[in-house]
Design a protein around this ligand. Structure first.
Ligand code: TXA
Ligand code: MG
Length: 327
């Protein structure tokens, strides 16, 4: 047996014992536990320091496994799964009844459950080997930057409680789109790699934006409370407009800054440049690793050039940047 196959066997065995296994997905690493084992699910909330009001995504190998945790698998979900699964689309549906084995804490006591089938060979192999649904929030302490490498996971959870499956760097880089099909109108609760337009094309109906979405424009937000600080580095970070460059370096007075720019430009010492790719896909894949690097540079502040918002993926990126820089 190859080392990879051996690790997946071992991981599945640990999951059966109620232990925690971090696994790679195409978006970010997830912190896995048996979704039907309440003790294991509680351990996920505890080790992440996740508030119990924030429900967990359930990872499944496909629609068949999803049916074990939802009340009903509607045609809309089936159409979306056929188009986007395995892939970065999480679907929220009414949960299986209270008599099912699904612990209430997964849904934070609420009526709905979020399911997604990850597009990563290691995650899929683990789901097939384990044979059941796995909770999988991002594998980081709550409120910190999501992990896109196994080393990031170990930095957050250095102890023996979490077994880490190493699948290299995640290619997507930001978390899945969360779409609620629990109401009359489909609603995006978190923007991500699958856009509203793509979803509308498959469903043939309008999709609303709302819920967790942070306003990515200069307009005042409907609900500032939605812009919870999240996905955040420890160093104070702020966004600036391209036209503010390079004045932004002086604006707040001294202090060494890490500057995250789109593309390469001269940055005067002692400030440090982190040059980001110009393509949205590449920017997303680099984003969380760059925020970690910026944090590790020991600067007084992180200054991030606000990206364009002319595509759905750039908007999803802007959503993460707003959360990373919220007070
Ligand atoms: O890409 C991803 O989705 C990653 C990988 C590991 O799959 N997972 C992830 O999980 O980002 P987490 O727990 O960090 O984020 C889950 C998001 C949260 O915003 C949560 O509030 C929302 O999904 N969510 C989970 N269950 C929900 C539910 N029943 N109703 C509404 N929103 C829900
Ligand atoms: Mg998370």
């Amino acid at each position: 047996m190859s080392e990879a196959a051996h690790d997946i066997r071992k991981a599945a065995e640990l999951l059966r014992q109620g232990r925690l296994v971090a696994f790679p997905t195409e978006t970010v690493y997830g912190l896995g536990a048996d979704a039907f084992n309440e003790g294991a699910v509680r351990a996920v909330f505890e080790i992440k320091g996740r508030p119990p009001i924030n429900p967990l995504i359930v990872h499944v190998s496909g629609p068949e496994m999803a049916r074990r945790v939802v009340a009903d698998w509607p045609d809309r979900a089936d159409a979306l799964a056929r188009e986007f699964w395995p892939g970065p689309l999480t679907i929220v549906l009414p949960r299986a009844s209270a008599r099912s084995r699904l612990p209430a804490i997964i849904t934070a006591g609420g009526p709905n459950v979020a399911v997604r089938c990850p597009d990563h060979p290691v995650a899929l192999a683990l789901l097939f080997e384990f044979g059941g649904p796995l909770v999988g929030p991002s594998a980081n302490p709550s409120g910190t930057v999501s992990p896109t490498t196994a080393a990031h996971v170990r930095a957050g959870f250095p102890g023996p409680e979490v077994f880490v499956l190493d699948g290299g760097a995640c290619r997507g880089g930001i978390e899945s789109t969360v779409l609620s099909l629990a109401g009359d109108v489909p609603r995006i609760l978190r923007p991500g790699l699958v856009s509203a337009v793509e979803i509308e094309r498959v469903l043939g109906e309008r999709v609303e934006l709302g819920g967790e979405v942070a306003g990515a424009t200069d307009a005042p937000m409907e609900s500032p409370g939605l812009l919870a600080r999240h996905y955040a580095p420890r160093t104070p970070a702020r966004l600036f407009e391209s036209r503010e460059w390079p004045d932004v370096l002086e604006e707040e007075g001294g202090g060494r800054a890490v500057v995250i720019l789109i593309g390469h430009r001269e940055v005067p010492a002692p400030h440090v440049l982190l040059a980001m790719p110009m393509r949205a896909e590449d920017y997303a894949a680099r984003l969380y690793a760059s925020l970690r690097e910026a944090d590790a540079a020991g600067a007084e502040r992180i200054l991030i050039e606000r990206p364009p918002e002319d595509s759905a993926l750039w908007e999803a990126i802007a959503d993460r940047l707003l959360r990373a820089t919220a007070d």
